[in-house]
Design a protein around this ligand. Sequence first.
Ligand code: ANZ
Ligand code: ZN
Length: 808
Amino acid sequence: MAVYNFKEIEEKWRATWEKINLFKTPENPKKKYYLLEMYAYTSGDIHMGHFRNYTIGDVVWRYKKMKGYDILHPFGWDAFGLPAEEAAIKRGVSPKDWTYSNIKNSRSTLKRLGISYDWKREVITADPKYYKWTQWLFIKLYENGLVYRKSSFVNWCENCKTVLANEQVIGGKCWRCNTPVIKKEMEQWYIKITAYSEELLEGLNRLDGWPENVKIMQRNWIGKSVGTEIDFETETGKKLSVFTTRADTIFGVTFMSVAPEHPFARSIVKEEVKQYIHNALLLSEIDRTSEEREKTGAFSGKYAIHPITGKKIPIFIADYVLSSYGTGAVMGVPAHDQRDFEFAKKYNLPIHVVVRPIDHNLITKDLDQAFEGYGIMTNSGEFSGLKSEDGMKKVTEYLEKIGKGRPKTSYKLRDWLVSRQRYWGAPIPMIHCDKCGVFPVDEKDLPVLLPDDSTVNFLPTGRSPLADSKEFYNIKCPRCGSPAHRDPDTMDTFVDSAWYNLRYYDPNNDTEIFDKKEANKWHPIDLYIGGVEHATGHLIYFRFINKFLYKLGFLKNDEPSLGLFNHGMVLDENGDVMSKSKGNVISPVKLMDSIGVDAARIAMLFSAPPEREILWSAKGVRGAERFLDRVYRLLNPYLKKGSFTPNKDSELYKKIEETVRLVTIDIENMKFNTAIAFLMECLNTFSKYNEKGDETYIYAAKKFTLLLGVFAPFIAEELYEKFGTKDSVFLEEWPEYDKDAVKEEEVTIVVQVNGKLRGRLNMPAGSSKESVLELAKQIDSVKKFTTNREFQKVIFVPDRILNIVVSK
Ligand code: ANZ
Ligand code: ZN
């Protein structure tokens, strides 16, 4: 048991914070800071991962508050969607009741934790007041040509009985239940995110405050490839186009492969081919593209004509070709593509070397695998002798001249499949009429309300449950009056979360998605905190929606968030993921019941830097308790009102000034664990100090308490109250330190541009990347080599090197 009564202290300060409206968002921010943690799914109570995320956010809030920022720090609930619906089905309760009772629980836990949210701005995506605007957004996208309906092969989870977006297929499996995903032909709604591929890529170059790994993941996900589209005539009279990044290998084509979903493949009536296609569609994309798996195919019986040599080329149907990339067909060049090489070996197809390494010859007979490198074109008619890089250009130009090819850029990014055959989501606001076609609901008729779950059988059958709700489904066409029906699908929950960050600007607006003026007081997010698992899903979607609303003139910045911070996972003592089935789950509620919120926070924050994973241990918990007990015992008896003049020669004075300096630097760099370590060290100096309670001691204790507050807010308030200055320690300014008292260590930081030395900076040790970069940009020779160039990345080795990488 702690030496202080944490229950009483927590209750007292929660009440005070509420009374003085500490977390209220200022109306007219002067120095604005929009701090956001990813909102929560409502499939259960708060778990340790949430606790960590929100505690990190809370530390930032308390620090920024003391630094004089006006902060927006809201919270909300990702309330629609499969996880909540599944949980409800499993328990035999209504998704709505289940969701709202979870929100109630979780909200009260967060309030008990005292996290610095402005609850007046709470949003709940399942609330008609919210999803009215999700539907409005869908309609706006539709009106701007960014929503369409298409029949195609989609990802299907046989267990969840619903389609999935590409981003929800993780390693070939359903993101929610791990069932292998198969392909099924269905008509579905898509959002045309691919129209923004280039902008989504370009914007990444400006996101200096995002971790490099997330930007790399997004670049790969968008997957831009510059190459050539080449048309092959076929015997059927229809041409078959391929996308290639290696036009220089055109003379080495000895076969073609077409994806099983491709219309050409579907037009083949041969029985073996049909069987092959049927089997291929049952495989997951991961299996189909696996490098280990033997490449298989079926000969279509048809031939294509080589666009330059005029030779006959057999056409295969092969599952390693994906329908969703390029044109869904490839030219097979076995000498220079390993997959094609294996395929050719298996089906006894000719292999022709047409590119050789720069420094030696290469003959087909010697090949035991494909030569995939660039080199010199050979056996390629008039193009022989050209380097690959030049050859690609020349071949493409030639094909363009004879009308059989053209430069082409392909992206891996796919359009976003957003319709779901499930109940618990925002209804898609579209009407189907036999006479008038398919059209959006009038804005004045929004929201299209989701019928109550007592009137709908929402168990998954593969068919949209809303189609069975007569009152919902059957309507009179608002345009012509004849019988029509509503679209029975609901929206992917990732549509809800693609814009919730914007609704916080003006959460109660009934007439607009948000007021532009309100929004632009705060836009964009300054720091967004959440798990890295959202790198290629949510974090791309919300950038896309932001760019769309920016184009419509709703927002002043085309990116939703300038800063991103990914926290690590919380694992158990052995490094295993906490899960109910393993029985190793630690509940934040039980934890705060037993040791108090402050000790739980310190244990969490001290055990690792925020971006790394934590192995949760009982030892760490005891250490945190002991630290706070010691703080209380060493400081509490001596605090009182007044002003205190320290003895500047004392060790304690020097220590506290140095601690202010170090803790500040560490918080700026999100190194909360080492910041706490400095506080612990400082406490040792208090304990060794002989004149406890003298002016120096109280002076130092006051500063210490100011620093402690961001990590252990309740106990810090309780201590700070004794000084009798303000209602809350968080209304105080963040302490400065006496520069003469600290031996400020200076380091020389080497500044490079593209790896070349361009200057040096003398800075205090431990300076942050941001501050070094700011000063580096002012160095003349750095300016010279960076003006009008894009900053691609900034590599920072603390206290030593800053390397700015710019485009050539
Ligand atoms: C001929 C060729 C010859 C190729 C060669 C490569 C090497 P990235 O870089 O990922 O864009 N490709 C094109 N569409 C495909 C599809 N739908 N499914 C599977 N593979 C596909 O890769 C582009 C290359 O991937 C293309 O260039 C094509 O193979 C293949 F010596 O064309 B290549
Ligand atoms: Zn009609």
